[in-house]
Design a protein around this ligand. Structure first.
Ligand code: HEM
Length: 263
């Protein structure tokens, strides 16, 4: 009998690396969920004024506990790290945990899950990939362009009045470049809405550009390549069991509640 499986993002490994105990897992899981889903529509106000405060409180408690009882995890290492007599402040430690979770884990985990859905949704491209594993590198680039998990940057502020295509952005105005839109720019990409794992050139902006270019870009690429290769080598018969529906949130691109099955 064929069985469907709901796909969820495993959090145990990142929790262990940060130093979250089994007892704290429900709060950690809820925190990561808030960071991924909580900036969606009407939930923003609740996230900003309630959930995020609770999350920061949880991370501060975690830092306090690790100071008392250090163990073999990243947070204890950061607490003990010292350069020229200087240590990280509590606020810096809390920020580091957020960076690890949002920048380092949440993004790549969603690149992998978005990528699995996109590949299963394009069986012809997936067949090419299975026949020629040398295409994994360019497939990851196309997945980053076509259904990458991060569609916006942090807020930028205009240092002076800037005119772009007849629109003036006044000095001081907040601007969020939408990378996901740039990645479908028909002036740059031929047939931008076509998913093509052999696309070349593929100058997508999924890791942003300039001074704030993603620090983890090469790690994320490597992780994704290994994950796709391992998954499709071990489970070549995987297929979608539900129609993928992207959830739109400012700055993020995610699929929700999708199911797969083994043929
Ligand atoms: C698919 C995975 C990832 C995507 C799509 C992604 C995307 C991005 C983007 C678009 C930015 C620029 C934000 C801006 O301009 O405001 C950024 C910055 C950053 N990313 Fe990533 N990222 C990913 C994975 C990672 C990983 C694995 C790490 C670390 C291990 C990481 C660490 C960072 C950091 C520290 C910054 C801030 C750089 C700065 O502001 O100077 N990212 N990332």
């Amino acid at each position: 009998m064929q069985e469907d499986y709901a796909v969820t993002i495993p959090m145990r490994a990142i929790a262990e690396m940060v130093g979250v105990s089994e007892a704290d897992m429900p709060r950690f899981r809820e925190g990561v969920r808030v960071l991924s889903d909580g900036l969606n529509g009407w939930r923003i106000a609740r996230t900003m004024f309630w959930d995020l405060r609770n999350l920061v409180k949880f991370v501060r408690e975690l830092v306090a506990r690790k100071k008392q009882n250090p163990s073999d995890d990243i947070l204890s290492g950061l607490i003990e790290a010292e350069i020229d007599g200087d240590r990280l402040s509590e606020d810096e430690l809390v920020s580091m945990v957020f960076i690890l979770i949002i920048a380092g884990f949440e993004t790549t985990a969603n690149l992998i899950s978005n990528g699995v859905i996109t590949l299963l949704d394009h069986p012809d491209e997936l067949a090419k990939l299975k026949n020629d594993p040398s295409l994994y590198g360019s497939a990851v680039e196309e997945l980053l362009r076509f259904s990458g998990p991060v569609h916006g940057t942090k807020m930028n502020y205009a240092k002076e009045d800037i005119e772009m295509r007849g629109v003036v952005i006044p000095k001081g105005m907040a601007v969020m470049p939408i990378l996901g839109s740039a990645n479908r720019d028909e002036a740059v990409f031929e047939n931008p809405n076509v998913f093509d794992i052999q696309r070349d050139p593929n100058k997508h902006l999924s890791f942003s550009q300039g001074n704030h270019f993603c620090l983890g870009a090469f790690l994320a690429r490597m992780e994704a390549k290994i994950a796709f290769k391992t998954l499709f080598e071990h489970m070549p018969e995987l297929e979608l069991a539900s129609t993928p529906e992207p959830a739109t949130m400012p700055g993020w691109y995610r699929y929700r509640d999708y199911r797969v099955r083994v043929r």
